[in-house]
Design a protein around this ligand. Structure first.
Ligand SMILES: [Zn+2]
Length: 511
């Protein structure tokens, strides 16, 4: 559009609004806003369309006088194959139409629209920012609400089904990228970067409903920071929380969670506290990610066992003074487990051997070291795993456990990757991660197509083309470095246990 055209269009909007205001002297702010907005959106779409097309990649080739763009791999000029229009939705119900030349590389045969690549447009009718908004909304709320919100906020129309598909695609890309990152070899120099922070880690599981009436356990690791200065031991504030969640078994979860433990520098932190329930897999997780962490049995969990112990003794006929349990809990919290276990030692043998009593007594005896609550509190550690329980609610259940909600197993992890992104307040980064992975996939796909074509072109007899030779598989993930030193049974520097040589992990508990 020419400058004069622009000026007259802008002027017309100004005059229109003035006239409209004269005709509506008692209009409310919202009504005025609507009138102005509607006209401004027309102007925005036009400006966007003109500016986006102002590029040498739009119209090129023999008759256009513009040099042809080059194939990014072969560096040869593309052959123009006509102009095609593409319409993307502008905000406010407007549309933006781009007319651009399609090109083919004469060498590798790759065909694409150079302008679309230059503008980094994504597939579909939504502009990239609208897609980002839609996926972010879909990470917070059911897809039908996300599509409605997009319509209400931007007047951009998209079906709930498109919202679902887009969220799952983007989530898959984030998941793939994070899995690849978790498998990156550990760099020796990372070990040296000490920092002053004191971190708390905690992990737990939450159940999510799958299609077909099945339920599956999603594990979440929460990492937070505790203040290093003096604090009130009764109420330790854990801040800077971040989460990592996956639907997978304990061993894989422990491996994949490295993407978050590395990012939070769990290995370099001054000190780490691990507040957990007594499950074996959590102990292994701590062994691998920070072997020397201060291990703390979640206080409510210890209290639960103590309460059942007292109940068991009561059922066996023993009478207690009033508020016995409260007194025991007070002792446990402020003087540790020793006084209670000493008391238990004085129980008559037949009473201590009774089923429930023995079970809970053994549980508590085994975990004496994890229940030194006065020491932990004095050192400023929290003694309850509230942070991971709330993580289950906030990160997992708030989005994946709604009324009538059922998830395909394969779509749970993509949604969790998005949930982690929004709950860790890293939306922009999450979106960029997905974009990078999408470009990587596209380039791998093109590479494979080229290889197939190259193989086909060197075969002399077309009848020999069937079946087509399969090009070598390009793995999406970098190969894992060997965990063992070749020819020995010693772990290499890439072995995860190398980071906590003193604590060889126990076998995983069946869960
Ligand atoms: Zn090429």
């Amino acid at each position: 559009m020419q400058r004069e055209e622009w000026l007259s269009k802008s002027e017309k909007i100004l005059t229109d609004v003035k006239e409209w205001r004269k005709a509506h002297p008692k209009a409310t702010f919202v009504e005025i806003e609507d009138e102005v907005h509607r006209r401004m959106m027309q102007l925005e779409a036009q400006l966007l369309q003109d500016a986006a097309q102002e590029s040498s990649s739009r119209a090129w080739g023999k008759d256009m006088g513009e040099e042809a763009p080059r194939c990014s791999r072969c560096q040869v000029p593309l052959q123009a194959r006509g102009q095609h229009a593409r319409t993307v939705q502008g905000n406010g119900g407007e549309s933006v139409t781009l007319l651009r030349t399609y090109g083919t590389c004469p060498h590798c045969g790759e065909s694409f629209f150079p302008l679309d690549e230059e503008l980094a447009l994504l597939p579909g009718t939504l502009a990239p920012r609208q897609q980002s908004h839609l996926v972010q909304l879909g990470s917070w709320m059911p897809f039908r609400h996300a599509s409605r919100m997009l319509r209400e906020l931007l007047a951009v129309h998209v079906s709930p089904e498109t919202a679902r598909r887009l969220c799952e695609d983007v989530g898959h890309q984030v998941e793939e990228q994070q899995t690849a990152e978790a498998h990156q070899p550990w760099k020796e120099e990372d070990d040296g970067r000490e920092n002053d922070s004191c971190l708390v880690i905690s992990a737990d599981g939450a159940m999510v409903p799958l299609t077909g009436g099945e339920w599956a356990e999603v594990r979440t690791l929460a990492i937070g920071e505790v203040p290093t200065g003096p604090t009130s031991p009764e109420k330790v504030h854990v801040g800077e929380l971040s989460y990592f969640s996956r639907l997978t078994d304990a061993a894989h979860f422990t491996e994949l969670a490295e993407v978050e433990t590395r990012r939070r520098h769990v290995i370099q932190a001054k000190a780490v506290g691990a507040v957990m329930d007594g499950a074996e897999w959590l102990q292994t997780l701590v062994d691998i990610h920070r072997g020397d962490a201060v291990r703390i049995l979640d206080f409510p969990h210890a209290a639960e066992h103590l309460s059942q112990l007292v109940e068991g003794l009561g059922a066996g006929g023993r009478t207690f003074p009033e508020h016995m349990l409260e007194r025991c809990l007070h002792v446990l919290k402020h003087r540790g487990p020793s006084p209670l276990l000493r008391m238990a030692e004085r129980l008559p043998k037949d009473e201590a051997q009774q089923g429930t009593v023995r079970e809970h007594l053994e549980y508590l005896r085994k975990r004496q070291a994890l229940m030194q609550y006065p020491t932990f509190q004095q050192a400023g550690w929290p003694i309850g795993s509230g942070m991971v329980e709330s993580a289950n609610k906030v990160v997992v259940e708030a989005r994946l456990k709604g009324t009538g909600m059922r998830w395909k197993r394969a779509n749970v992890n993509p949604m969790l990757a998005l949930r982690n992104g929004v709950c860790n307040q890293r939306w922009l980064e999450t979106w960029q991660t997905a974009s990078q992975q999408r470009r990587r996939r596209l380039s791998q796909h093109r590479q494979r197509t080229t290889q197939r074509q190259e193989v086909a072109s060197v075969l002399p007899n077309p009848t020999r083309l069937t079946p087509a030779p399969v090009p070598p598989y390009v793995p999406l993930l970098p190969p894992e470095p060997p965990a063992m030193i070749a020819g020995t049974s010693r772990p290499s520097s890439h072995h995860p246990w190398k980071r906590s040589p003193a604590c060889r992990p126990k076998p995983f508990a069946k869960t």
